[in-house]
Design a protein around this ligand. Structure first.
Ligand code: ANZ
Ligand code: ZN
Length: 834
């Protein structure tokens, strides 16, 4: 195989020679600088999620940037003014922990990694605009985090609250709900506990409805899975607030229920054991109960939210010896404290309806509390379901009201409406909406982040740092102990902490917390528009010109948090009148992961594939092409199943076409070989749609077919001097410029041109597209189920794919799995199911 040959022979393909030839040229010419305001081409903003600089680039980056580049480079070829920037998400724990372990300053360590990643990105031929790089740990960036923080603060959207927060006892830092996965710290897998702290929040909940409703506008351009995850996270539910009087207490207790129709079935009340309400109610109980209650609360605080809500967990609780009064029938309901009710959802208290709610039923059975059925719920057989009190299964379904006074006979929906109306009329309830979404806890007790721009003054309270005193720069790490210890390391920077109050000039202290790094990534896409701007976070006119982002590319790991927060920031900035759109990312592509031997790559598993080694062995182009060719971009790639060597071989084959062309640039192709021209134009035509549909692997396959057709024409057809051969070779170079920029540039140069990235997509001659078709019969288990009109030269893979997607076939298969598909292109496909 010639691809890895180190000897340089100008008639041979040698990726090393080609890389060395073109990289310096690109570094000099910067072909991906975006056009300024005078540029009349339509704009496209293509954005890859920016990386953490935690080391050199890895295979995951290589995949993401290969795919993002296909899109950016494609739109340039289509004549767009493309903005494709990159920067670094360079604050945060990975950098800080690495710095602690190595005893280095996180700044130097971070900058070194950025330099290394940048070198690798340049070698990888990413089509980035290098004039726009940013790094979030630099004061000229985080200054604007602080500026935005003060604007949010001014609007009541940034506030401080004393509350129970998730606490990682290993990292010794608070975690947002989002960073607690299955009760464990997302970073170190330590079980998360609760701690009462004074913390900063962003009021995302003010935007809950808009964050939810605006997802509808993204339905066609975002993966439906991501939309579902966002919806779920926001978790809007509708129901009613119901007011229960409490015996011996002046203030009533409100509960939130999604099932006001079951009010007559309430047999007890449960309050969150760790709530202030529970503590207060317990005060009225006997001493023994008070003791029992306080030891129970200790135990509850150690458990995670996930565990607490789990239906599998045995129910525990303490009877508080107090009673509530049901507003619809005056019944006395015993009040219990338990951990399955959460303090910060709804009102932290519930009316328990054990007959119709599984968790309430489990609790009632554990504590021998009454169970009363108030809906006649039927099973599939039309018979009433078994009594929940004996079956242990709550009657959660729909039904007709019973045991509910004059509501009897109403449907569930009718009863919900009737009860809400009645409660409202009596002033003891109203319709209500609740969200799973919580406000975003943004403060961290760590060094490596944006200092919160607040000064605490005894006289004036919380005073935001004025714009002209921003940025509040992080003090040097030298002399500070960065190891986590539960309070911010910044507290020890006495000189930094002690300051004067911007408002009264008296002695005051700086807030010592830093911001969650998700703040940094919530608006970086706007900073790219004017990265050097010193009098604002971004230029408003540039935002009009470029934003929102036309295509965002990144991992599905960011499907919830990052996207939600960026959407929140966008809406908040919109409401401040800074931008005229409300959704930052018009379209989203989630690439899959690169795995090895069936599992995620990791050093400890011993299945780590090093990007630099792959690049050294196969070349940049072969690695990039392999990433695109491996399958649909959303799917995971198993590096054990792909062949960069095969890619390299193909690239050599393509490269030799340009070497062999024997005609002059600009020759009129009209007189050339008609059959080859038809293939060229058909390929260019189809590949445009395929790229726009993210079917990059098919584009590569079609390019391979075009290479084969051209080779055939050279060797045993029209010959190397035929103008159609030149036309085809030029088309191959342009197509390859999306996937394999070095080979493409070299081909383009051999063909007598310069700068393939801006060659322009060759015009497609529609008259060459008329193609005869043949009818292909598609059978499922031997029965004809559909007929397809296909080109006579259709490839087996493509025909198989078309056949499997044919409506008649889909119907006949009815979800059955495929055993084998026999393809006899172009006339017959036979599908055998299991
Ligand atoms: C009575 C009832 C009867 C309920 C029934 C459900 C079924 P979503 O949909 O998640 O909003 N609930 C309310 N506040 C709670 C809290 N702080 N902790 C735990 N559970 C709480 O769920 C709302 C339902 O969850 C409410 O409706 C309440 O139980 C419970 F057949 O009230 B329901
Ligand atoms: Zn003051």
């Amino acid at each position: 195989m010639t691809s890895a040959s180190p000897e340089t022979d100008e008639h041979r393909y040698d990726f090393r020679v080609i890389e060395e030839r073109w990289l310096p040229v690109w570094q000099e010419t910067q072909p991906f600088r975006s056009g300024d305001a005078a540029d009349e081409r339509p704009t496209k903003y293509v954005l890859d999620m920016f990386p953490y600089p935690s080391g050199d680039l890895h295979m995951g980056h290589a995949e993401a940037y290969a795919l993002g580049d296909v899109i950016a480079r494609y739109w340039i070829q289509r004549g767009y003014n493309v903005l494709h920037p990159i920067g670094w998400d360079s604050f945060g724990l990975p950098a800080e922990n690495a710095a602690i372990q190595r005893g280095l300053d996180p700044r130097g360590w971070t900058e070194d990694n950025i330099a290394q990643q940048r070198t690798s990105m340049e070698r990888y031929a990413c089509s980035f605009d290098w004039d726009r790089v940013l790094a979030t740990h630099r004061p000229d960036y985080y200054r604007w985090n602080q500026w935005i923080f003060t604007r949010l603060h001014e609007r009541g959207l940034a506030y401080r609250k004393h509350s129970n927060v998730n606490w990682c006892p290993k990292d010794l830092t608070v975690l947002a709900n989002e960073q607690v996965v299955g009760g464990l710290c997302e970073r170190c897998d330590t079980p998360v506990t609760k701690k009462k702290l004074n913390q900063w929040y962003f009021k995302v909940t003010d935007y809950a409805d808009r964050l939810l409703d605006d997802l509808d506008t993204l339905a066609d351009t975002w993966p439906s899975k991501v939309i579902a995850m966002q919806r779920n996270w926001i978790g809007r539910s509708t129901g009613a607030d119901v007011v229960f009087a409490i015996e011996g207490r002046e203030e009533p207790v409100h509960v939130y229920t999604t099932r006001p129709d079951t009010l007559h079935g309430a047999t007890f009340m449960v309050v969150a054991a760790d709530s202030d309400l529970a503590a207060e109610l317990a005060e009225g109980a006997e001493a023994s109960v008070q003791d029992e209650f306080s030891s129970y609360v200790e135990q509850v605080k150690a458990a995670s939210e996930i565990d607490r809500l789990s239906t599998e967990r045995p129910k525990t609780g303490v009877f508080l010896q107090r009673y509530a009064v049901n507003p619809v029938n005056g019944e006395r309901l015993p009040i219990w404290a338990s951990d399955y009710v959460l303090a910060d959802y709804g009102h932290g208290a519930i009316m328990a309806v054990p007959a119709h709610d599984q968790r309430d039923l489990d609790f009632a059975r554990a504590m021998s509390l009454p169970v009363r059925l108030v809906l006649d719920v039927r099973g599939e057989d039309g018979e009433p379901v078994e009594d929940p009190a004996t079956s242990g299964v709550a009657a959660a379904g729909d039904g007709t009201l019973i045991n509910s006074g004059d509501l009897d006979g109403l449907s569930k929906a009718e009863a919900i409406a009737a009860v809400v109306e009645r409660l409202a009329g009596d002033g003891v309830g109203e319709a209500s909406t609740n969200y799973r979404l919580r406000d975003w806890l943004i403060s961290r007790q760590r060094y490596w982040g944006t200092p919160i721009p607040i000064v605490h003054c005894e006289a004036c309270g919380e005073v935001p740092v004025p714009d002209d005193q921003l940025p509040v720069e992080l003090p040097p790490a030298e002399g500070l102990d960065l190891k986590p210890k539960g309070t911010s390391p910044l507290g020890a920077a006495t000189e930094w902490v002690n300051t004067t109050c911007p408002s009264c000039g008296g002695a005051a202290t700086r807030d010592t917390d830093t911001m969650d790094t998700f703040v940094d990534s919530s608006w970086y896409f706007l900073r790219f528009l004017s990265p050097g701007k010193t009098d604002g976070p971004f230029d408003l006119d540039e935002a009009k010109r470029w934003a929102p982002i036309d295509q965002y590319v990144g991992g599905v790991t960011h499907a919830i948090l990052h996207l939600l927060y960026a959407r929140f920031f966008t809406k908040a900035l919109h409401d401040m009148g800074m931008i005229d759109f409300e959704e930052p990312f018009s379209a989203l592509l989630n690439q899959g992961m690169v795995q090895m031997d069936g599992s995620a790559m990791s050093k400890s598993r011993g299945n780590l594939v090093r990007l630099s080694e792959q690049l050294d062995e196969f070349g940049v182009d072969a690695v990039r092409l392999t990433m695109s060719f491996a399958g649909p971009p959303e799917d995971d790639i198993d590096w054990a199943d792909v062949s960069p060597a095969g890619s390299a071989k193909f690239l050599a084959r393509a490269w030799r076409l340009a070497r062999d062309v024997d005609s002059s640039p600009g020759v009129d192709p009209a007189t050339g070989d008609a059959a080859l021209r038809a293939v060229t134009h058909r390929t260019l035509h189809d590949c445009a749609d395929l790229v726009e549909g993210f079917r990059f692997n098919v584009v590569v396959a079609r390019t391979m077919e075009l290479v084969n057709a051209t080779r055939k024409a050279i060797d045993s057809g029209a010959g190397p001097a035929d103008p159609a051969v030149r036309e085809a070779a030029e088309a191959v170079a342009v197509l390859l410029s999306l996937f394999a920029p070095y080979v493409a540039e070299d081909m383009w140069s051999m063909l007598g041109h310069e700068n393939v990235a801006r060659a322009g997509w060759p015009a497609v001659d529609e008259s060459l597209l008329v193609e005869e078709t043949v009818t292909c019969v598609v059978q499922v288990k031997g029965k004809v189920r559909d007929r397809l009109e296909v080109p006579p030269g259709i490839g087996e893979d493509e025909l198989r794919e078309l056949a499997l997607a044919a409506p008649g076939v889909v119907r006949a298969m009815d979800g059955a799995a495929v055993r084998t598909v026999i393809v006899r292109a172009p006339r017959l496909v036979n599908i055998v199911t299991v």
